[in-house]
Ligand binder design. Sequence first.
Ligand code: UDP
Ligand code: MG
Length: 319
Amino acid sequence: MSSVELSVVIPVFNEEEALPALAERLRPVLDGTGETYEVVAVDDGSTDGTAGQLTRLRADWPELRVVRLRRNSGHQAALTAGLHHARGHYTASLDADLQDPPEKIPEMLALARSRHLDIVYGVRGNRSSDTGFKRRTAGAYYWLVRRVVGGHVSAQAGDFRLLSREALDALKALPDQPQVYRLLMPWFGFPSGEITYRRDPRVAGRTKYPLRKMVLLAVDSVIGFSVAPLRLAVWLGVLAFAVCLGMVAYTLAVYAAGDTTRGWTSLIIAVLFVGSVQLICLGVVGEYIGRIYTAVQRRPTYYVADDTAAAVAPGAAVT
Ligand code: UDP
Ligand code: MG
């Protein structure tokens, strides 16, 4: 397996409009470093002209490597595929829409080398280019994960980061489950540093993160890193029990007073209250069981259709 100094992993999903601009900005930066490098573009089952664009770009950019996934597997899975295929001593991950400035990559590399860091996070110093809605939802997300997962998670660190070979190998040694890398990487505890950058607006096209996917990411983040929701379920149960004890006392008092026909309202309230607490707790338990189920199935999170750097026929499984 040939190796290069720097790999740049880019998940790409329906980004035909952004790709030319990306290549135009990224290539001079990487050529300018004087390092050996590869760009691993992971085509996450794009249905627009992305595949054609990548082939065209590759024609005169030999360092560009395209790993094509069989179907759309999602941002984190595409990122996983890219990280698994990267061969560099250092590996940077970058979005295709130029929201993360490629010019910062050499800076990250220099910082990692000079301070012997295994991870350099790109931290968004300023999100003024994001919509108010995106900023508020992101704010709520980082508030939640810092509370539930722990304060060591850097607020505003997205998926723009640089990993050393050692950090990447640690990551690759984990079972192939969908991972929320922005939370997983701090968990390892490697020496790490940060560079701040300005998050630019998307260069072209539309966000591939609708609200639905943001909610799923938040659920994955919490459930994947904490059992706090299970504890919360226990406390909800305790609360429901306490309320029910009160209701029992009240019912007995009413009974003792010989007035047994009253109590329809409290009966309905009690039934609904206990019922909803049970459903919520069941749902929380179900989320964990669902993850256990997926984990024991051990299905890979992505399938590679072909990799321009691999000496295997297209269609063969690449590991
Ligand atoms: N992406 C992907 N698969 C998906 C969704 C997104 O590979 O199913 C890529 C997308 O092309 C981009 C990166 O992941 O390079 C981040 O997505 P996006 O910019 O839409 O997210 P946002 O910046 O709006 O959070
Ligand atoms: Mg983006």
